[in-house]
Design a protein around this ligand. Structure first.
Ligand SMILES: C[S@@+](CC[C@H](N)C(=O)[O-])C[C@H]1O[C@@H](n2cnc3c(N)ncnc32)[C@H](O)[C@@H]1O
Length: 269
């Protein structure tokens, strides 16, 4: 009985928030994302069937061609060309490698390692003295993650080893594996010291927004490149809505670009 009594303040607060959420609150994309998750919690509108929010259909990011994002005559190296579910597509590896050639970052930070295929390819296309840091959520921390982890994301959290594809390669020396939840991980040692960030961790609205804020703080003197994966209305969960909202509301994201033929979006700061 005492547990019920002590829950009453949370009940009243939750009720007030729910009234706001379903009335004035729907103007915010973040709140619409929360309503969509409530539906999923009760078994409705599973991820694949979830219609994109109206603003995702109305807005499209401006595009850039793969041919225009990197130097024309710089060779790139492709390792582990055969991908699997959870990896980026081969043309996305090409696009990332071309961006790396164009910007020659000294320090790269990836959010979302999975099997390390992109990590490996980034390391292989960087100057020899560059360093790649890659952060992954260990499966025993998924249940305590700061925000909801969708079923689609949970499938890629579930694995024995993070970064299996770069372990025991000559590039492993340039890569440091980090572990934690990107929403609560202590990024402070890398803040202001990173030139290129690849955001490909969890794909719910809260994580894309939180990871983007972290990425911005990582950039060296506010300059560098941020790349997001899964700008795809069918499979990218909340990534399109989150990126559209950033472009709509934040002047610094006005010239964010979708790389044509891929689900990559990038912004040079
Ligand atoms: C789609 S996979 C990344 C694919 C990888 N970047 C590649 O290109 O092959 C997503 C990864 O993000 C990790 N992840 C999911 N939620 C995370 C979180 N909150 N913090 C850090 N990593 C997370 C998962 O464990 C998974 O390894």
């Amino acid at each position: 009985m005492s547990r019920i009594v002590s829950f009453i303040p949370q009940y009243v607060c939750g009720l007030a928030c729910a009234v706001y959420l379903f009335t004035l609150g729907i103007v915010s994309g973040r709140n619409r994302g929360l309503i969509a998750r409530i539906c999923r919690h009760f078994g409705f509108f599973r991820q694949r069937e979830l219609a994109p929010p109206p603003d995702s259909r109305a807005l499209e990011l401006p595009q850039a061609a793969i041919g225009d994002i990197g130097p024309a005559d710089e060779p790139i190296r492709i390792l582990e060309p055969i991908g699997r579910g959870g990896n980026v597509a081969l043309e996305e590896i090409v696009a990332i490698a071309r961006l790396l050639k164009a910007h020659a970052p000294k320090t790269v930070f990836e959010i979302g390692t999975f099997d390390g295929r992109t990590t490996l390819n980034m390391a292989a296309n960087l100057p020899e003295d560059a360093q790649v840091y890659t952060l992954d959520l260990p499966r025993d921390q998924a249940a305590s993650a700061a925000f909801d982890i969708s079923d689609a994301d949970a499938a890629f959290v579930e694995k024995d080893v993070s970064g299996a594809r770069f372990l025991n390669t000559p590039y492993a020396a340039r890569i440091q594996q980090l572990y934690g939840d990107s929403a609560t991980f202590d990024f402070s040692p890398w803040e202001g010291a990173v030139d290129f960030v690849f955001v490909d961790g969890a794909h719910t609205y809260e994580y894309v927004m939180s990871d983007t804020e972290r990425a911005l703080k990582l950039l060296r003197g506010g300059r560098g490149v941020i790349v997001w994966h899964d700008y795809d209305k069918r499979t990218g969960q909340d990534v399109p809505a989150a990126l559209h909202e950033l472009r709509e509301r934040r002047p610094e994201f006005a010239d964010i670009r979708h790389i044509f033929g891929t689900s990559l979006v990038f912004k040079v700061f």
